[in-house]
Design a protein around this ligand. Structure first.
Ligand code: PMP
Length: 376
């Protein structure tokens, strides 16, 4: 059976080698006579699987010792509430600031408003002119020097890759240089997690749903500096108090065991590829190929400001939207799956995560060229 090229934004393509290994180990993990799904989360076999996944993740991202790494449930959406419940009163002020660059950061902001004095530090929610080019709302990133971070705020939150809009932060600012030296940076890195190196020490907390680059749906990775723990609001459920989860090494209650195992296999696959620095080079090559094709034709268009275009999620529209349905039907026939854009923005979106080989991008471009020849 030929696997199609899968451009889904998540859950999304996984490395074939990882799926094969999981299949081989399905009935009998390492001579245990059991599937990982059947193991106690308190048994030494699963503890070994979980510890290795954590250790490999630490290696991949050079996560410093003073950070806890935990696997939780509830997705990034639950983290939108869990983060403020844990951190908003870190300094006794119940205040936090949010940078809005698209739908996901806006959702995070709205959820956080339930827990304290939550304000917008900066937003790309309206059109602007950058380098002489008019940029529509949600297609650009406000410069850090224009952020209004209140020095008393517990943290400032950003979404470092907007999965729907296709906007990616190139790096994260030093908050000290913004006049808020005691404010922590909190990052939703869900959709570019493990696609490039990141400076964990810049952030107080990073969270990511696994179902894009790191594994199957059902696992959420949280990386948190341990000195931030222990300030949860009294309403915070104990299973969502990071202090408890870090202390229990992800097993405060039954964790998503099979998902953690799969995430561990993905980490091992990444290490075998040469780590995140190597996968970043492959991701740059894939993204460059697709964006340069898009920029060379007026039949298709990506609206995002060039310096912040996502390497993972590439939205594009057809000049003539009445051709959208024909484009998608033909793509499906050509084995190119899940190219429909998010319902809120329409058009198309190609998610080109770590596990999608460059051949998949080449196949997409050939199809797009052919479609343009027929309809342009
Ligand atoms: N943040 C980002 C950047 C996302 O891409 C998504 C899911 N696409 C979410 C948050 C929400 O994740 P979940 O559905 O796992 O809660």
């Amino acid at each position: 059976m030929a696997r199609p090229w899968n451009f889904s934004a998540g859950p999304s393509v996984l490395p074939e080698a990882v799926l094969k290994r999981a299949a081989e180990e399905m009935l009998d993990w390492h001579g245990s006579g059991m599937s990982v799904m059947e193991m106690s989360h308190r048994g030494k076999q699963f503890i070994q699987i979980c510890d290795e996944a954590e250790a490999d993740l630490r290696t991949l991202l050079s996560i410093p010792e003073e950070y806890g790494v935990v696997f939780m449930q509830g997705g990034a959406t639950a983290e939108n509430a869990i983060v403020p419940m844990n951190l908003i009163n870190l300094r006794g002020t119940k205040s936090a600031d949010y940078v809005l660059t698209g739908q996901w950061s806006r959702k995070s902001f709205k959820e956080a408003q339930r827990y304290g004095d939550v304000q917008v530090a900066a937003a790309s929610d309206s059109a602007t002119v950058l380098g002489g080019v008019e940029q529509a709302a949600w297609t650009w990133v406000p410069q850090a020097r224009d952020w209004h971070v209140r020095p008393e705020s517990a943290y400032v939150h950003l979404c470092s890759n907007e999965t729907i809009g296709g906007v990616e932060f190139v790096d994260w600012p030093e908050l000290a240089s913004l006049g808020a030296p005691d404010t922590e940076l909190v990052v939703d890195a869900s959709s570019h997690f493990l696609s490039r190196p990141m400076d964990v020490s810049r952030a107080g907390l990073i969270y990511a749903g696994a179902q894009k680059n790191a594994g199957p749906a059902g696992v959420t990775v949280v990386i948190v500096r341990k000195d931030l723990l222990g300030h949860a609001l009294p309403i915070c459920p104990s299973a969502f108090d990071y202090a408890n989860v870090v202390e229990a090494r992800s097993s405060f209650n039954t964790p998503p065991t099979y998902g953690i195992y799969m995430l561990g296999l993905v980490c091992k696959w990444l290490l075998a590829q040469g780590g995140v620095a190597a996968i970043e080079q492959a991701n740059i090559a894939k993204a460059d190929l697709l964006y340069s094709y898009l920029d060379g034709t007026s039949f298709y268009r990506n609206p995002v400001e060039k310096s912040v275009r996502s390497r993972m999620n590439v939205p594009f529209v057809l000049r003539d939207a009445s051709l959208d349905a024909a484009f998608l039907a033909g793509a499906q026939e050509a084995g190119l799956m899940q190219l429909k854009g998010h319902k809120s923005v329409g058009g198309m979106r190609a998610s080109i995560y770590n596990a999608l080989p460059i051949e998949g991008v080449r196949a997409l471009i050939s199809y797009m060229q052919e479609f343009e020849r027929r309809h342009g």
